[in-house]
Design a protein around this ligand. Structure first.
Ligand code: GTP
Ligand code: MG
Length: 348
């Protein structure tokens, strides 16, 4: 069965989870991974001990109802927090960027359009956000997309910080919003609850520094750590074909350090990292945990939410990439889908 699927193995070779799923399917069986199996698979991937771990920057997503000020908030942060002594802001669009605050601490913002990207990534099993800023215009009500954003954050177990925006407006009524939130069982700090919140004006920058301090406070409580001294792995934020440069992919490193020259497997695509750029288009030679980078050198554009991983061995990465492509083809011609690509993706 393996040979007919194009998977060359010997009798005493261990099969990978994704191959097992496919072979079982050949014989009309369905494999169920027990929680213990999944734990074992995860444990194999995650061998870091406490001493290996170093603090990493929080990864923050901004969500909220249309027109409540998400873009304004991100723009303000981007404009004001360029690293001291460096001229020029971030010129290109990039799906994620890392800012260094005056106190030297760093925060990574995911600048994906709305919460759709958040949902897409969640659906693909990629949990990348540490903290969600929920922007609510104080001159408006808690709107459907606000509720949706809140339920996404809650479902993902991601702590929220409520940003009550547009308080510069005379019609702003933040208490009205707090009231409506309490009706959803979300009690903000000022009202004796445990959800952090901050009144801001994203347009004029009022209290934006306080908001960022609250993000850092929340991050401290989460005690975010990763091992920088291993082969990088992380998630694809976005990817596209650039006329001059070939395929470009923005990746967020979650653990390890990504370096120029590394061999990367990202979803069904692979390739050697030819160059790495930061959000200002400057060349980097390496990127550690929580750092987003745009890489050149993949053989295609992986999908947002795909996991990526660096392989020592180029041929291993290629084999897995080919197998994935083949599995995907197999799956798409089968009517009974026993497994989803997200499940396959869980292997790396
Ligand atoms: P979508 O991307 O369309 O969902 O909107 P958004 O949430 O990104 O909102 P955006 O930042 O584009 O802001 C919408 C409008 O509100 C713009 O006209 C902003 O100038 C205005 N706005 C945003 N923040 C503030 C604020 O703090 N005060 C005032 N007065 N206006 C604001
Ligand atoms: Mg916007």
């Amino acid at each position: 069965a393996c040979f007919s699927l194009g998977v060359m193995v010997t009798m005493n070779q261990r099969l990978e989870a994704d191959t097992l799923l496919l072979v079982a399917d050949e014989f009309g069986y369905k494999i169920e991974f027990s929680d213990a199996d999944l734990e074992e698979i995860e444990a194999e991937e995650d061998m870091d001990t406490e001493e290996d771990l170093s603090p990493r920057a929080p990864i923050v997503t901004v969500m909220g109802h249309v027109d409540h000020g998400k873009t304004s908030l991100l723009d303000y942060i981007r404009k004001t927090n360029v690293i001291a002594g460096e001229s020029g802001g971030i010129t290109q669009h990039i799906g994620a960027y890392n800012v260094k605050l005056e106190n030297g601490q760093r925060i990574t913002f995911l600048d994906t359009p709305g919460h759709e990207a958040f949902t897409a990534m969640r659906a693909r099993g990629a949990q990348i956000t540490d903290i969600a800023i929920i922007v609510i215009a104080a001159d408006d009500d808690v709107m459907p997309q606000t509720r949706e954003a809140i339920s996404h954050a809650q479902a993902a177990g991601v702590p929220m910080i409520i940003a009550l925006n547009k308080v510069d407006r005379p019609s702003a009524n933040p208490d009205n919003v707090r009231q409506q939130l309490s009706g959803m069982n979300i009690l903000v700090e000022e009202w004796g609850g445990n959800v952090q919140s901050q009144e801001i004006s994203a347009k004029f920058g009022n209290n934006m520094d306080v908001l960022l301090e609250k993000v850092l406070l929340q991050a401290e409580m989460l005690d975010l750590k990763a091992n920088p001294d291993r082969n990088a792995q992380g998630v694809v934020i976005e990817a596209s074909l650039d006329k001059g440069r070939g395929y470009v992919a923005t990746m967020l490193v979650q653990s390890g350090t990504l370096k120029v020259g590394d061999y990367v497997l990202a979803g069904k695509n692979h390739g050697k990292v030819k160059a790495m750029l930061d959000e200002r288009g400057r060349n980097l030679t390496e990127a550690g945990p929580s750092i987003p980078v745009t890489i050149l050198g993949l053989d295609g554009a992986p999908t947002a939410g795909d996991k990526f991983k660096v392989y020592e061995d180029e041929s291993e990465a290629k084999t897995i990439a080919n197998k994935r492509e083949q599995l995907q083809r197999e799956l798409s011609i089968r009517t009974k889908k026993h497994t989803t690509l997200e499940e396959l993706g869980r292997r790396i």
